[in-house]
Design a protein. Structure first.
Length: 530
């Protein structure tokens, strides 16, 4: 990365990232403060509903129905200092890991939020592993320092041990809980003091000439100051210093200590993203690597969201621009269908409002309203046939048969299922034998969400029933052998929504048997979307 030519200023100022956290760690609160400091919302509390709303299953469904909330949360852009931040939301619920995975293919970095009292929790860990697969740079925010938190070294140790990543302190907390004074910014030699009176105020920042500056004693009680000095000395001995290259290759994370609800430490974290980056990264395509500085526009769809506007049955495809300078009205080449598409009404997501995007640059996320032409994994270019890689489709782990309660409405069911398959919300299989569809998901809650959405968006009550099958594998390999396999095992064969062949399985034994009897056939658990 260091030997790449400098990017044009409009591109190099872009920071495209996601926040990963265990539920309740403070992701929503932090997002809200980002938007507040980014000038995108006037008052904290506007995206509040989301954090509260997903506490229970029914509230969660309600949230899904209240499209307004998920719209603003899918991708948000705002300016901070000279930087343009694009924050892409990761779905919070663990049942949506596949969606999360795809979201993380669209960002260049992630912020990991942990609760200072709880440390690394299960969901943090899972999401972190996904980031690691892509060597994403990670910035850590240790939240809720206004409450009793764990010992600072203990927190750092836990991250290092649990996630096998080097941790370097970007700030050091002074006191905790009721005695929390603030934090020392180790990267800029500043003392940040938390204001408990006004939660939306940016902390007072006092320039300090170094940790021995007598000015510190004016703001920190003597016992805390002594502890701070001791801890810092230990930290210098025990913990690695910040190393930008290690941060960028994902092997080191800088950690900030703060309190999102008190707006404390948030600005320093934002400064960190701005200062250390990364800038928009090159994207991998099957044919070649695409550099953000290339003049021609390229991008890929990583998410499709339907019925964002209940009045129009439109879908919005979220596109990560991989290169170039996009202008509204451009005609782009849709690689999969080999057809040109005029992009006349692209949207940028500025906090709660959708806004027409007049222009966008590599690194940005734009939304393209369409009627279903754009699917997850699709590439848009100025003519080149590119296929971006790394956006997988996972084999579902739970399969159920779906039936419309009103058999006359089977056509509507088909339409609804096609839509969800395109959104990537579920896998839909049409078995060769019998009627009906088999729906596959990664987590059980998705069945409930789907049933509720089909009823709401298509006025179609449906029922899920157990299926004989537990998993599915995509079939590839030798043509003649595939034909033989299909002819002999019709009861196991289905087509997915792209028309590709899948083998439905009951047991691992089914898979072993096929592999033994048909050595030319391959069964895979993921299908790369294209
Ligand atoms: P999410 O589930 O990760 O999005 O978490 P939320 O942002 O909804 O926060 C979960 C709870 O923690 C809410 O009740 C917040 O008000 C609270 N919270 C968030 N940040 C802080 C903080 O810095 N200090 C304290 N004491 N509470 C916080």
């Amino acid at each position: 990365m260091t030997n790449r030519a400098p990017l044009p200023p409009e591109i190099s100022r872009r920071r495209t990232f996601a926040i990963i956290a265990h539920p309740d760690a403070g992701k929503t609160t932090l997002t809200e403060k980002f938007l507040l400091f980014g000038g995108a919302i006037q008052m904290a509390g506007q995206v509040r509903a989301k954090g509260e709303a997903r506490r229970t299953r029914s509230d969660f469904l309600k949230m899904e129905q209240d499209r307004g909330i998920s719209v603003s949360a899918s991708a948000m852009s705002f300016d901070f200092r000279q930087y343009r931040f694009n924050l892409v939301d990761t779905p919070g619920h663990s049942d949506f890991s596949e969606d999360t995975y795809r979201t993380l293919t669209a960002v260049d970095a992630a912020i990991m939020v942990i609760d200072g009292a709880k440390g690394v929790e299960s969901q943090t860990r899972k999401l972190f592993e996904v980031c690691r697969l892509r060597d994403l740079p990670i910035l850590t925010f240790c939240n809720k320092m206004d409450r009793e938190a764990r010992d600072t070294f203990e927190i750092i140790d836990e991250i290092q041990e649990n996630l096998a990543i080097d941790v370097t302190p970007a700030s050091w907390p002074i006191g905790s809980g009721r005695d929390f004074v603030g934090a020392y910014d180790l990267l800029h030699d500043r003392l940040e003091i938390m204001d408990r009176a006004d939660r939306n105020k940016i902390a007072e920042s006092i320039q300090i000439s170094g940790v021995d500056d007598p000015k510190l004693a004016e703001h920190i009680p003597a016992d805390l100051l002594q502890k701070f000095h001791e801890e810092l000395e230990m930290a210098r001995e025990l913990l690695p210093a910040f190393d930008r290259a290690a941060f960028l290759n994902g092997s080191m994370t800088p950690i900030w200590f703060g309190s999102a609800i008190n707006s404390f430490g948030v600005k320093e974290l934002m400064d960190g993203i701005g200062e250390f980056g990364p800038e928009p990264e090159p994207q991998k395509a099957a044919e070649r690597q695409v550099d953000p500085a290339e003049p021609e526009v390229t991008g890929f769809v990583f998410k499709v969201q339907a019925n964002m506007d209940p009045k129009h049955r439109d879908r919005v495809a979220f596109v990560r621009l991989a290169s170039g300078h996009f202008e509204r009205g451009m005609k782009l080449f849709h690689v999969r269908s080999k057809k040109p598409m005029s992009i006349t009404n692209p949207v940028l997501f500025l906090a709660a409002d959708r806004e027409l995007a007049e222009e966008a640059w590599a690194g940005d996320i734009i939304g393209i309203p369409n009627h279903g032409q754009l699917r997850i994994g699709d590439a848009l270019t100025e003519g080149e046939s590119l296929r971006f890689t790394g956006i997988p489709s996972f084999a579902p782990e739970l399969l159920q048969t779906i039936r419309a309660l009103d058999p006359m409405k089977a056509k509507h069911l088909e339409k609804a299922l096609t839509q969800f398959a395109e959104e990537g919300a579920a896998k839909v299989f049409k078995p060769m034998i019998g009627s009906g569809y088999i729906v596959g998901v990664v987590g059980a809650l998705q069945f409930d969400v789907l049933a509720s959405r089909i009823e709401l968006e298509y006025s179609l009550p449906v029922r899920f029933e157990g299926s004989n099958f537990v998993s599915a594998r995509w079939i590839s390999g030798d043509k003649a052998e595939i034909e033989k396999l299909v002819a002999v095992n019709k009861g196991h064969i289905a087509h997915d929504s792209d028309g590709d062949l899948v083998f439905l399985t009951r047991l691992q034994w089914d898979i072993d048997r096929v592999l033994r009897d048909y050595p030319g056939v391959k069964l895979t658990a993921t299908k790369e979307m294209m």
